[in-house]
Ligand binder design. Sequence first.
Ligand SMILES: [Zn+2]
Length: 162
Amino acid sequence: MKIIPYITNEEIEECRKLLHEDYQDCKVRIYHNRIKFLIDYIIKIAFEPSELMNYFKCASTGFYHPSLNEVWIPIFSYRNKNPRYVKLEVILTLYHELRHHYQWNKKPKLAQKRGVLNVKDKGYSADPTERDANRFASRMINKYKDEISNILNVYPEWYVDL
Ligand SMILES: [Zn+2]
């Protein structure tokens, strides 16, 4: 079965280029295919069944991996949603995860404050690295909403406040 992407890699790269140069120097992997994602995860990261289950349940939208210095975005996890908002959510995740990259490289003291937290744990959104990443992502989305709308050719209600 051919998978029709909600959003292309080119669109994602164009949206990334709106950010400062500090956000350009890590690899972003976009996965449209769950099986390819799972195989890469096991090969490059670890065999962690509980973590992998999150991707079967579509419970995770992306992550930044510091030692690989890569952002991974499993787009298959965004299935069943309104395509206009899927695009917005992908860019929001992209900016959020790129901010984690920035934290590790430019604000190591903040990055090290991060607890070992899972998305579902209590306190996850109160973690200082998460709050910083959410604030950054919503600030950038609001700042560049016209440019992002033009790149993606979608015009939803854009104001984001995380
Ligand atoms: Zn995060």
